[in-house]
Design a protein around this ligand. Structure first.
Ligand code: ATP
Ligand code: MG
Length: 727
């Protein structure tokens, strides 16, 4: 056995961790220092040097993508297939265990996962049935309450609401919500972990089986584990497994979702003999990027404190771009990506990171405009899109008539004359008689409580589901998807809607058929049936498999989703006060620290080149804001920064809006701009209404101006005829 191969490409500290005797271990180190690499090599070491079977190893990563990458990397080092090794996310692994032991977990075999959107709908319904005012009890608050409690491992019976009416009501909502999920065989995300943990506690023989099996547990990104995840690992590890965790307190960015940095300390206390290994050399970024990131994060109090250094040269400075508005920002970014590509770079080397999903739309438009392929991770996930969820709602009901969330979603989509009043009757019957919505509807029809048109409409819906179920019973999954889209009337509904948006929805529905066609049944889930497996896959992996991974494409994602990844060229867009740090964080000190950690995560994704941009005015969330650059930009020492200013000519109206800008002599295009307008300026046209100037060409009589109109898209116009007005 060639041990040196396993230690090749590792520094002394990394080797110490990879080759340590079997024991508990914490690898604590900053971004890009090789934590994930250590974890991967350790797995290979366990198998090849310690002669441990892949069957005895459990590796937990943060995303499915990271899990796939890790499996691939281990297979490369070891040179064989790791089929039997369990590697996945907390949710994915816990889900797998629940599927195997559904009876012991008190779940029906066909249980389904609901995402936060479905959860919110269910809660809205419950609040309504309790006659609670949703101003006083916003559904989102109830949702946060329930998930928060579950993340802490708490069932209603564990909670003492004291004498506080609000807390008592929330507790009551939690109870009713849980009962209706249980009746309908629905499991939310937090529930997956909580149930899997309870399974450990309630069924010692199952726990023993897994404890005997998993002798080695390895967890990446440990700083972002929450209480229930920690407890799950701790119980599973028992007293004899060897646990290696790797993490970085400076990259803890899920505090808002209950993650606890303290778990790093707790680990050292709870796991006897755990050694701490620190890594200090960064292999990812240039000197400038690394030093700037170190200086930024130094502004946070209460850090464990780490020093990172690199052998790499300083590289280019960080470019900070000040844009007129969000469109100008997008155009700038896309321009740089184009240049990169012209110089032979690939698109997938470039990542655009933003604080909130809503920012992606403008960037997407700019990329589309230039014909650059892009791919979105997280956020606007394929399986989260309205039309996809509608179609999946039908598939879920076919799979399980008692799926209340799916029932709610599609009972009147497309509209079929089932009014709010009828639904209210169904809901309250369900609640009073402890039935699912389907069962309640059936009873109301039998007992003729529902009559006339309402009864016909409900019966029509139920017949439709039953017929679809019969018709599709023997179909291949993708034929079934196609048939459901047609029979349900969804396709006709969107076809009738017309317009680009509806067209996109139809394309998405078509894509769903493709997704079903290329769906591969995971080996371990073979028993559960293809439809059921596909539905779970959609709920769990939402989006991660959306575009095919082989197209060279720019990567778009939120800063949160970028954790653990790296790219040669990174753009951080919308780095403005109120966006990043977010408005909410501005009011709370703790959250501001977490935003800064998020900024640190973003900056340290960059290997060679980092761009940071902000816009002086931005249309977002339906309004227009004027913002200042983020404090984080000011926290980066100037020596690492190069400021880029737009070279467009500033019209009188623009300079009054943006007094800080110094006019530059000319627009940097092949010809001078003589139009009196400037790039990024908002203008009005008598026919096309409002738009934004994006380009110019020609001079004098022939001068043309390109305007991207809000409702009509991009157009080239002759300036002399267009009669544009500044607005
Ligand atoms: P993050 O905190 O962002 O998750 P990390 O600590 O997990 O980062 P890795 O992703 O494992 O860091 O490594 C960062 C980069 O450095 C990777 O490209 C990795 O292959 C490379 N790298 C790690 N260790 C070495 C080494 N000893 N020699 C050369 N390259 C290395
Ligand atoms: Mg990592």
């Amino acid at each position: 056995m060639d041990v040196s191969r396993l230690l090749d490409g590792l520094n002394d500290k990394q080797r110490e961790a990879v080759g340590a005797p079997l024991s508990n271990m914490l690898v604590l180190a900053g971004a890009g220092s090789g934590k994930t690499r250590v974890l991967t090599h350790r797995i290979a070491w366990l198998m090849q040097v310690e002669q441990q079977s892949p069957y005895s190893i459990l590796a937990v990563t943060f995303t499915n993508k990271a899990a796939a990458e890790m499996r691939e990397r281990v297979e490369k080092v070891v040179g064989s297939n790791m089929g039997r090794m369990w590697i996945g996310t907390f949710h994915g692994l816990a889900h797998r265990i629940l599927r195997t032991h559904f009876q012991d977990a008190n779940l029906p075999q066909s249980f389904q996962i609901i995402d936060s959107d479905d959860q919110l709908r269910l809660l809205k319904r419950i609040l309504k049935s309790l006659n609670l005012d949703d101003k006083q009890y916003p559904p989102r608050q109830a949702q946060a309450y329930i998930n928060g409690k579950k993340d802490q491992g708490l069932r209603p019976k564990h909670i003492d609401a004291g004498g506080f009416p609000i807390e008592q009501n929330l507790l009551n909502i939690y109870k009713i919500y849980q009962e209706s999920c249980d009746r309908a065989g629905l499991v939310d995300f937090a529930e997956i972990l909580l149930r899997a943990h309870e399974l450990w506690l309630n069924k010692p023989h199952i726990l023993n089986h897994y404890q005997d099996r998993f002798r080695h547990i390895l967890v990446d990104e440990f700083q972002d584990t929450n209480a229930i995840q920690y407890a799950w690992i701790r119980v599973l590890a028992g007293n004899s497994a060897n646990v290696m965790i790797v993490g970085d307190d400076d990259q803890s960015i899920y505090g808002w979702r209950g993650a606890q940095i303290e778990n790093l300390h707790r680990f050292l206390k709870d796991f006897p003999g755990a050694e701490t290994v620190r890594l200090e050399q960064n292999y990812r970024s240039t000197g400038n990027i690394l030093k700037a990131s170190n200086d930024l994060i130094a502004n946070n109090p209460e850090r464990l404190g780490k020093k990172l250094w690199t052998e790499d040269k300083d590289g280019e400075p960080i470019s900070v771009y000040c844009a007129f508005n969000e469109m100008d920002e997008a155009k700038f970014i896309v321009g740089r990506i184009n240049d990169w590509q012209d110089k032979g770079g690939s698109l997938s080397d470039c990542a655009i990171l933003y604080r909130s999903n809503a920012q992606s739309r403008v960037l997407e438009e700019a990329l589309l405009h230039r014909g650059l392929a892009y791919r979105i991770y997280g956020g606007l996930r394929f399986f989260e899109r309205q039309e996809i969820k509608d179609a999946m709602g039908y598939m879920r009901l076919i799979n399980n008539k008692d799926d209340d969330a799916a029932f709610e979603r599609v009972v009147n989509t497309p509209t079929r004359g089932i009014g709010d009043r009828t639904l209210e009757i169904i809901r309250s019957t369900a609640r009073q008689q402890q039935l699912t919505l389907w069962q309640a509807s059936l009873r109301l029809l039998e007992e003729k409580v529902l009559a006339g048109r309402a009864a016909n409409a409900v019966r029509g819906f139920m017949d439709l589901i039953i017929n679809m179920r019969t018709d599709t019973a023997d179909m291949l999954l993708y034929r079934m998807a196609d048939s459901v889209i047609n029979q349900s009337g969804l396709r006709a509904m969107y076809e009738a809607e017309k317009g680009e948006k509806a067209q996109a929805r139809i394309e998405n529905l078509n894509e769903l058929v493709t997704a079903a066609r290329s769906f591969e049944m995971p080996e371990e889930l073979e028993d559960m049936g293809e439809l059921n497996a596909f539905l779970s896959h959609a709920a769990l992996e939402a989006g991660e498999g959306q575009a095919d991974a082989f197209t060279d494409a720019v990567q778009l994602m939120t800063l949160h989703s970028a954790k653990g990844l790296e790219f040669p060229m990174v753009f951080m867009a919308g780095v403005e006060e109120g966006i990043f740090p977010s408005k909410m964080a501005l009011d709370e000190g703790d959250r501001l620290d977490e935003e800064r950690r998020l900024c640190y995560v973003g900056m340290t994704r960059a290997m060679q080149k980092l761009y940071i941009s902000y816009a002086e005015s931005r249309r977002i969330y339906g309004r227009e804001d004027y913002a200042r650059p983020s404090r984080f930009i000011n926290e980066i020492p100037q020596e690492y920064v190069e400021q880029i200013r737009l070279q467009a000519q500033v019209s009188p109206s623009m300079s009054s809006r943006f007094p800080s800008r110094t006019p530059a002599p000319s627009f940097s295009q092949s010809s001078a701009n003589t139009t009196g307008f400037s790039v990024g300026q908002r203008v009005k046209h008598f026919k096309f209404a409002e738009g934004v100037v994006t380009n110019f060409e020609g001079t004098g009589e022939k001068a043309r101006i390109q305007v991207n109109f809000r409702d009509f898209g991009s157009k080239w116009l002759l300036v002399s005829l267009a009669k544009l007005e500044a607005c």
